[in-house]
Design a protein around this ligand. Structure first.
Ligand code: IPE
Ligand code: IPE
Ligand code: MG
Ligand code: MG
Length: 312
């Protein structure tokens, strides 16, 4: 077990305990389905970011972050439950998805339930935190909707791709870091720096995630590969490759993962996406230069590197 895994382990237990408590329902299906996806694990990257952001600006009572961090993890999990319905996916966090086990309607309702429980968890917190989370939920849905409207659009440009990524993914990472800072009573400048860190890390994280859709191993990822490709969902590497190819794409290209990978290698677009992901991770780290050096800031740096380099 490395340092990053042992750090904050106690908080992780408390986090799960709080999520368990809040997702218990008189409707057994909702309790069971919620427990199923929460027990499946996940990396808990966003709660870690909230905790380390809190500590990096001088917060000394880590348990203070738990309700907001649990809400953030619930929002994220809810978005995955809904995403798996749209993707018709049957594997998530190494386990069968809720839609595959209980059906789409039950999965839709479980996702709704998790979103609402997240709001309940922070209902009595600082109104700034509630507003950030509400705005973030709106951005996630807007990003997902923009993505839906641009499926199969092979002419989507890099800026549009990045804007979708900022909305659907990076906004929640930004909120995690920002909220960690607010809970610790950080200055306005520090909170702004943390939000900037989260936003850039989130972009690196999604660029890498999109690459893993054709480079990853399902056993390691805990989810299937080729899902985005099947839906013609754009990734940075594909956006770049199609631009280089003058917008011409042979539909046969999408036949299987290996022909796409070959195309992306030939155009140099895999390298391009890999570099861009690192650029965003570097920007995330640079944003933290105004914070004093500390073990927590180091953890935040490590998470930025992880976002760009991860295989799971
Ligand atoms: C997956 O997020 C969805 C994206 C935003 C790419 P994670 O990779 O953080 O999923 P878990 O929580 O670890 O399962
Ligand atoms: C995550 O993006 C979208 C959300 C914010 C829900 P993906 O669609 O890439 O997530 P995975 O790959 O299914 O985990
Ligand atoms: Mg998906
Ligand atoms: Mg993905």
């Amino acid at each position: 077990m490395n340092l990053m895994q042992t750090e904050g382990m106690m908080e992780d237990d408390l986090l799960i305990q709080m999520i368990d408590e809040v997702t218990a329902s008189t409707i057994a299906l909702l309790t069971e389905a919620s427990e199923h996806i929460i027990r499946s694990g996940g990396k808990r990257t966003r709660p870690k970011i909230a905790l380390f952001a809190y500590e990096a600006v001088g917060g000394t009572v880590p348990a203070e972050t738990i309700p907001a961090a649990a809400a953030i993890e619930l929002i994220h999990t809810a978005s995955l439950v809904h995403d798996d319905i749209n993707d018709r996916s049957n594997l998530r966090r190494g386990q069968v998805t809720i839609n595959a086990r209980w059906g789409n309607a039950a999965a839709l309702l479980t996702g709704d339930f998790l979103f609402c429980k997240a709001m309940k968890l922070v209902a009595r917190q600082d109104p700034r935190i509630i507003e950030i989370l509400a705005d973030t939920c709106i951005r996630i849905v807007e990003g997902e909707t923009r993505q839906l409207l641009s499926l199969e659009n092979l002419e989507i440009d890099e800026e549009t791709y990045l804007e979708i990524v900022r909305q659907k993914t990076a906004s929640l990472f930004a909120a995690s870091a920002e909220i960690g800072g607010l809970l610790a009573g950080a200055s306005e400048d520090q909170v702004r720096a943390l939000a900037e860190y989260g936003l850039n890390l989130g972009v690196a994280f999604q660029i890498r995630d999109d690459m893993l859709d054709f480079l990853g191993r399902p056993e390691e990822l805990g989810k299937p590969i080729g899902t985005d490709l099947r839906q013609r969902k754009m990734s940075l590497a594909l956006v770049d490759a199609l631009q280089r190819a003058g917008g011409r794409a042979d539909q046969a290209l999408f036949r299987d993962v290996s022909s796409v990978v070959q195309f992306l290698r030939e155009t140099g677009s895999l390298e391009y996406a890999r570099d861009k992901s690192c650029v965003y991770a570097d920007r995330a780290k640079e944003a933290l230069s105004i914070l004093p050096n500390s073990p927590a800031r180091m953890r935040l740096f490590e998470l930025a590197n992880f976002a760009a380099e991860r295989n799971r």
